[in-house]
Structures are given as C-alpha cells and as structure tokens.
Ligand binder design. Structure first.
Ligand code: NAD
Length: 507
C-alpha cells in the first residue's frame, strides 16, 4: 500500500477551510448555546477542531415547537410554487458558491478524500435542491370526472413537521436530500446531523437563511442519538420522520415514530453483492469493483462489499483486484493523491478491525490488507482489505462492516450466483456485470434489492426511487417517492352538475 506523506507546505486544499469554533442547535434562526459540550474531531489528525453544544430534550422540544409554529402560521407552506422554487434554486447556487469551503469542512470532519467530495457529494447536495425545485414545477395532480355531476380532485398538502436525521458517512449529500424534499413540498423541519459530523449542516442552515428560507422553517438540533435523537423522534408533534443510519438505530427510531403513528422512512445499512460474470467487460468491472468498495473510505451504505466472481475468471480477476487494492494511497484526505482517508472515528476503526480479526479466526484467506497491515500511524486508518471466504454464512459475509473491506466468493452457475447474492438479510443494492441479457434479466427477477446496477458503477438517478428491502430499510427516496412521503392527500368530491334526486329521509 502507498502511504502519502503530508508535508506541512503541500497544497492540500486546507486553505479553503473556515471552521466554526462551536456549533449548536438553531431555533427560529437563533443559535442555542446552552448544553453539554462535545468535541468535534478530525479523524485524520485526531484533533478537536470544533465544539458541539448538545441539544437536551427541552431544546429539542423548542425546535419542534418552532417548526410546528412555522408550519401552522409561517410563510413557507403557503408560498406559491414559483417562489418556493426560486428559493430552492438560490440554495443550490449558494452551495455551488461555497463548494470549496463545504468540501474542505466535510473533508476535515469525515476524513473522506477531498477529491471525492469536491466533485461528488457537494455538487450532489446542490443538485438535490435544483432537482426538487424542478420536480415541483412538473408535479401533476389527480382529478376524476367519470360520475356525471361529480368531480373529484385530490389535494396534496404539506404533511407538517418533518424530523430529518442523517448519518456521518456522507453528511451533507444525504441530509440535503431530505431538507430539499421536505421544503419543496411545503413542510417545515427539524434536522439532526450525526453527532460526529455536524459542521456542514451548520453551514447549510446559514445558506438556507441567506437564500430566503424563513427562520423557523428549518431548525437544527445537535448531539447524540440517545439524547437529542431520541427526544426528537419521540415528539408527538412530528408528521414525518426520515432517517438514514444503521439498522439498530433505525429500529429504535421506527418504534418511537410508531408510538405517535408517524410515517417514517428508513434508509439503513447494506451488504451488497457485486456479481462479475465471465462474459463481462472485465476492465470496467474491475474499476467499478474497486470504486464500489474502496471509495468514500469504504463507508457507504451502497458499497459492493460482497464480490461474487464466476469461477472461470476468478483467479486472474482476484489477483488483480487484490494487487490494486494494495496499491491504493492512504493518507491525508486533503491531498489530491489520496485514495483512502481515515475511517470516521477511532471507535469505528476498532469495530472494523474486530470484524477483520473475526474473519481470519473464521478461516478467511487474506489477499490484501488485514488488521496487521501497515497504515499511517496517525489517523484512524484501516488498510484496504480483501478476504476470500468459503461460506457466505460467515459473519464477515453477513454483517455490514462499513469500511474498506471486500469479501470474495466464487460461483459456477447462475443458480449458484443468485443463491449467494440473495444470502443476506439486507437488500439495498446489487451490481451485475455481464453481456448476457438473459443473465441480467434473471438477476432482475431474483434479487430483492432496491437498486440493481447492470454494467454500471453506482449511479444515482434522483428521479427513481432509492431504498432497500429487508433490513436495508423501509420506504424510498426519490422524486415521486418523496412527493408521496412529504405530503398528505385530501380527496374533495363536489357536485358539478345535475344529479339524481337524493333519497329523502325523515319526512
Ligand atoms: P447511526 O445509526 O449510528 O446514526 C445515524 C443517525 O441516527 C445519527 O444522527 C445518530 O445520532 C442518530 N441516532 C442514533 N440512535 C438514535 C435514536 N435512538 N433516535 C434517534 N436518532 C438516533 O448510523 P451511522 O453510524 O451514523 O451511519 C452509518 C450507517 O448508516 C450504516 O449502517 C450505513 O449503511 C447507513 N447508511 C444508509 C444509507 C442509505 O441510504 N440506506 C446511507 C448512508 C448510510
């Protein structure tokens, strides 16, 4: 593996950094500085870079009250579509204007290589706002006129206060999707970023206000899931909960929402199969397989973490895959030469290393990386690891590791490929590489996954639904899916012409 030195004078992109000293809840546009103070850490230098003021239950309650008031009395839910669209487009423009600073902030806080943020996640955050602005202008309604004298129309109205909870692996990209969708359909919201990565959400709130989102429409709470998160999802004034995170927390959040009969979407974990057949374009499949598991430091819900290879090509493919995994550059995420930065935190690094030790104890063959591989001494690094497994029931093939760790198994027949791919309690995505249309059609029919990419690396189509089967989640995000989720329908039937006389009662 290559380790990238980080000389003090290297042009690292840190020049764009503007780090807030403290972040806190924001209610009605006002920061709330009371509360327990937690450190915000740079996982590369393992330094405290900012402080987070955690929102206790009463702060969370005031945030929900502000959103509730803004929903019942405020301007946002009542704005004409054109005005809402232009505010959302302004938000997108401001994200573009601030892209370098936002990318640097996200890089500092997550350890994700700047190169991947700059053109990827931060641009995507701007796209989220533009996408929903455009969608809004094209949304269609329903009306029925078939019954003579009766016209029925369906009113779609904003649902109310949405709790929007985000994870730490792609903070701005994922949270901005929720905020853009909730706002587009006229809702107000309370956003809770992950406690480890609160910095870009703080900045987003400033940009939302600058763009013209009225204070109180989007409120922010901060802190741990067990403190501010639990207080938020237990609030009966919510109309919607949208959660992205792990399956364990997702269960707790869904149970809390159910207590108030609040609809909730869950974007949860994954353990996705990447199937490579002998007839595929193997060069492309190779590049995509490496990206699929090693981009974003391996911390992606949609990672292709289970590489399934047709036996005929497995030997050469695997040797090359392991060789290239071993050549990835680990180091300072600000350097343009870095492929993998540190994992999100020391705690998470230890969890990933424990998975690796367990896999070796279970008899997996180590082809690259591993728990003892040399990594930069500072920072929470895990070497890109490739493990050959003999049984897909092993923990390493079943549990979401959420790090740069690929397991590899081989198959001889399409039946066997389908069985291996389906052997998971998750069902977020799958990747399939083959030139045979029958093979691809069979996989379409068999795999119970939210998204199937055929001869493509991960490619998000915002118009299409995204979400998972099984333990990967409940509900979908995307154009129409978000419209359905963030609105309530009222059916209005009205007399519009002569009708047969009514049955007359009580004469
Ligand atoms: P996590 O579940 O620990 O935390 C996610 C968020 O939920 C954080 O903001 C956290 O503070 C909050 N939270 C935790 N417990 C809570 C509770 N009881 N009530 C309310 N809020 C609570 O997840 P994470 O470790 O931050 O993120 C990694 C996980 O997210 C992985 O499993 C990954 O696959 C998943 N993920 C899924 C998608 C997707 O679209 N399906 C996208 C990204 C990440």
């Amino acid at each position: 593996m290559n380790m990238v030195p980080s000389p003090a004078d290297a042009p690292t992109g840190r020049a764009a950094l503007q780090v807030p000293a403290r972040v806190a809840a924001v209610i009605d546009g006002e920061p709330q500085w009371q509360g327990e103070v937690l450190p915000v850490v740079d996982p590369f230098r393992e330094e405290v870079v900012a402080e987070l003021v955690e929102s206790a239950a009463d702060t969370v309650s005031r945030a929900v009250a502000a959103a509730d008031r803004a929903f019942r009395e405020g301007a946002w839910p009542r704005l004409p579509v054109e005005e809402r669209q232009s505010v959302l487009r302004r938000v997108a423009d401001l994200i573009d204007r601030e892209a370098a600073a936002l990318a640097a902030l996200e890089c500092l806080n997550t350890g994700i290589p700047l190169r991947q943020l700059d053109l990827g996640q931060i641009r995507r955050s701007a796209c989220n706002f533009r996408f929903f602005a455009d969608y809004l202008g094209q949304a269609v309604g329903e009306a029925w006129h078939q019954t003579p004298g009766v016209t029925t129309v369906v009113l779609r109205r904003p649902a109310g206060v949405a709790a929007l909870i985000g994870p730490w692996n792609a903070p701005l990209a994922l949270t901005s999707m929720k905020v853009a969708a909730a706002l587009a359909f006229g809702n107000t919201c309370v956003v809770k970023p992950a406690e480890q990565t609160p910095l870009t959400a703080w900045r987003l709130l400033e940009l939302l206000h600058e763009a013209g989102v009225p204070p109180g429409t989007v409120n922010l709470v901060q802190g741990r899931g067990s403190v501010s998160g639990a207080a938020l999802v237990g609030d009966p004034r919510l109309a919607r909960v949208s959660f992205t995170g792990g399956t364990v927390a997702g269960r707790a959040v869904m149970a809390a929402a159910a207590a108030s009969l609040v609809p909730a979407t869950m974007e949860l974990g994954g353990k996705s199969a990447n199937l490579v057949f002998a007839d595929a374009d193997l060069d492309q499949a190779m590049d995509a397989a490496l990206l699929g598991i090693f981009s974003n430091n391996g911390q992606q819900c949609l990672a292709g973490s289970r590489l399934l290879l047709e036996e005929r090509i497995a030997g050469d493919f695997l040797a090359e895959f392991a060789r290239r995994a071993g050549r990835l550059a680990l180091g300072d995420p600000f350097l343009p030469t870095t492929d993998l930065g540190p994992l999100g935190s020391r705690v998470h690094q230890q969890r990933v290393l424990a998975h690796l030790r367990g896999a070796l104890a279970d008899g997996c063959e180590l082809l690259a990386g591993g728990p003892e591989a040399a990594v930069p001494t500072a920072g929470c690094f895990v070497a890109p690891t490739v493990l050959r497994a003999s049984d897909s029931r092993l923990a390493i093939c079943q549990e979401e590791v959420f790090g740069p760790v690929a397991t590899v198994m081989t198959f001889r027949t399409l039946d066997e490929a389908c069985r291996l791919a389906a052997d998971s309690r998750f069902g977020l995505v799958a990747y399939a590489w083959s030139r045979n249309v029958d093979t691809l059609s069979r996989l379409e029919a068999e795999l119970r996954v939210g998204t199937l990419w055929q001869n493509l690396p991960m490619t998000r189509e915002l118009r299409a639904p995204f979400g998972g089967f099984g333990e990967s989640g409940v509900g979908r995000e995307g154009g129409r899916a978000c419209e359905a989720f963030y609105t309530e329908e009222t059916t209005v039937s009205r007399a519009t012409g002569p009708r047969p006389p009514l049955r007359r009662l009580g004469l």
